[in-house]
Design a protein. Structure first.
Length: 244
């Protein structure tokens, strides 16, 4: 229902909601922008949006747009928006407004014109229902972008990360790597110190970076977070889309 993204890019997903996908997606978009790329950003569907005079606004989309120095309108960056902070399928049903997949596809394809990279952020975890039949996994498969899995650093993350990687692979999605977000660098315990190696061992996927736990203010990537993300050559993974 969504055409493949025709330019290099990455799909940012996570092991759960609240793991910091938006911050990592924004930091990666900023990485591309700082290197002269015309980077497009997209949050196809958002819930928990704010009501303003101009209508429903996704604060995640605002954050991504700021990080990427985007030239695109917010309603193109996030074409489907719902008020209630629920799974999209539930929010859409309660609002009486089904997800318009043609609108999402049109927004993505239009933003690719004149852009050299595309960063797409998913919603919640990969099994989250987007409508009666479609989950985040379907969306990831349609886009045909390598996935970056954002995960927590602490207890339980091995299970959640391995399940996420396995689900993406079963759906035919390439997993480029894992980002452990909000890593407590100053007081990491045995759990945090061993999780990265364990994830790599049992998933076969590299942990690309450990991103420190720093407060994120509106439309601003902390220096420490940017430094951790900047250590990775994200263009190498994004280019894999074009080599298939």
């Amino acid at each position: 229902m969504i055409n493949p993204v025709p330019i290099p890019g990455l799909f940012i997903t996570g092991t759960d909601t609240g793991v910091g996908k938006t911050v990592i997606a924004g930091a990666i978009a900023q990485w591309f922008a700082r290197r002269g790329a015309q980077v497009a950003v997209c949050k196809p569907i958002a819930t928990g949006c704010a009501r303003r005079r101009e209508g429903l606004v996704s604060e995640d989309a605002e954050f991504l747009a700021s990080c990427a120095d985007s030239r695109h309108a917010l309603d193109m960056i996030c074409p489907q928006r719902y008020v209630e902070p629920l799974a999209p399928a539930v929010a859409a049903e309660r609002a009486g407004e089904p997800v318009d997949w043609r609108l999402i596809d049109r927004s993505i394809q239009q933003m690719c014109i004149g852009s050299t990279a595309m960063i797409v952020e998913g919603v919640g975890g990969v099994a989250v229902p987007l409508d009666e039949q479609i989950t985040v996994l379907h969306l990831a498969g349609w886009l045909r972008l390598p996935a970056i899995v954002v995960a927590r650093p602490g207890l339980g993350t091995i299970n959640h990360t391995l399940l996420t990687v396995a689900a993406l692979r079963a759906a035919g999605v390439e997993v480029a790597g894992v980002v452990l977000n909000r890593y407590p660098a100053e007081n990491a315990g045995v759990v945090e110190e061993t999780n990265a190696d364990a994830i790599e061992k049992w998933s076969g996927v590299p942990v690309l970076c450990l991103v420190p736990d720093e407060p994120v203010h509106r439309a601003s990537i902390p220096v420490e977070v940017a430094a951790a993300v900047d250590a990775v050559d994200w263009s190498r993974f994004a280019a894999r889309r074009m080599m298939r």
